[in-house]
Design a protein around this ligand. Sequence first.
Ligand code: DCP
Ligand code: CA
Ligand code: CA
Length: 365
Amino acid sequence: MQRVVLHVDMDYFFAAIEERESPGLRGKAVVVCMLSGRSELSGAVSTCNYVAREFGIRSGMPCSGAKKLNPDAVFLPVRKEFYTTVSDRVMEILRSYADVKEDGNAFEQISIDEAFVEITEKTGGDFNLAFDLAMQIQNEIKEKEMLTCSVGIGPNKLIAKMASSIKKPEGITVVSPDKLEDFLWPLKVSKLWGIGDVTAGKLQEMGIIKIKDLAEHEVLDLVSTFGKTRGIWLKQAAAGIDDSPLKERDGSEQIGRIATLSEDTLDLELISPLLERLAEDVISKLDSRGLSFRVVTVMVINSNFRMYTKSRTLNHPVYSKEILLGTAREIMNEFLSESRVELRRLGVRVGDLQKRKGQKSLFDY
Ligand code: DCP
Ligand code: CA
Ligand code: CA
């Protein structure tokens, strides 16, 4: 049967949630900032609404720069945890549309605001039915969460993902199997999902500019430059071929929190309270979802902006705050004994998550 895959991406996600929470923001330029907490507007723009984009404001630019582009814009701090709870509800809606397989739904969340939904069986491979389902999804998310999204529909993940960004906000873009070449070939190779700057640069040196050039290029030449797997992937992707299945990523999912210290330091006295707060936040996230963890990871960013992580795997899954904090402290002590450069930011996260079965502490075993 003809595969049908949807890719759904929420429109200006963090800023849209802020607009929804404060109707007074409607029509204003809204900029959500990752503030470092040091001084006013000392961080980067996380995202902004479409009004702000008209002023040239973009994700990643310094908030101070955004302020220069539009001094009247409303600047709000990121509330990642809150956005995650909204994301979880949106994902539940999306998951409910996916085909059901033996090993769960044919659903794959790939970031806080986007996911693939396979609807091959639901639609019997019919792209017109897929369009109707996409509208239904948009309506349900709008009704239940007062948020808009854009949808790409294609015969696989690659095409669906590339299609969803064509019409935004509230767009639906259909690329049926007979339209693959019309859709892909005029685009630059850098637009192909999975091609980064490095690959695009190498391809350009080979005279491959458009996806059409890539599709028509000798596969052996690609293999000799990029290796067998990558070379064949490039050739196939340029033809719009992608057989990768959708997979739920629950098993590899991690839950974590990151925060900035009030000053750069190597002093455990100053670091401990923040570590404790992060551990508490992580535990309360686990509590709300009834999950336990087996892997603890501590991440530090030093004042040279280098990031380091260390992990510990416990013998059994647990969900105790004491164990999380104790393990995080041990790891932190290691960092402190090794590091000469002061720390700036800390993160605590847990992995190998599973549903709780009554195990609380290691001593229960
Ligand atoms: N995000 C971030 N920093 C970035 C890019 C994104 O913190 N450099 C966050 C904020 C976004 C969310 O991730 O709301 C989703 O990212 P998108 O790239 O999908 O951007 P938006 O949803 O904000 O806008 P669009 O309507 O273009 O999808
Ligand atoms: Ca988005
Ligand atoms: Ca996105």
